[in-house]
Design a protein around this ligand. Sequence first.
Ligand SMILES: [Fe+2]
Length: 201
Amino acid sequence: MEVKLVSVPEAIPAKAYTTERVGISKATHDNHLTLWKGYANKTNEIRKALAEMTIDPAAANQIYSQIRALKVNYAFAYGGLINHNVYFETIGGEGGAATGNVATLIDEAYGNFDRFATEWKATGMGSRGWVFLGYDHDEQRVGIYAGDSQDTFPTWNHTLLLAMDVYEHAYYLDFQTARMKYIEAYMQVIDWNSVNGLLKK
Ligand SMILES: [Fe+2]
């Protein structure tokens, strides 16, 4: 069985380093790259393991089994890759209020940008790993979602437009435990052009 592999990120996109102007440092990004690569490598490792495995439905077990370990950890690995792909693609911009079509969608869903920004920040303080902006293809609306890890809590038929990493590795080096300071900094470097690019796709 042919295994389709993901490409492993080789570097942080150059524009992401401009976040140094708000205190999100090069050292943070360089360390983050190691983790980002890890999600890609483990995605590929699990894809290969599944393809090569002799699958016996009688051996599958919900408490522990090889298939369970591979399936559960695949969601974490591939989810982690996609979350970081979007994180690094959508930082290094001018920040501030949203622009373009995504601004229209945010206004439709939240009334105005300030209301959106308030809920975004609160979700960042209230979740353990991520804040996501997803476009719901069924309702044709954007929504803010909390994520406690790489594989929670998004739902189906959404396109991920924006992902803010609030795991401590994303900010501890620069802001220690002051997560709100990191969130405020992050909001000054969102690249709304890239977010609109993802929306178009
Ligand atoms: Fe991360």
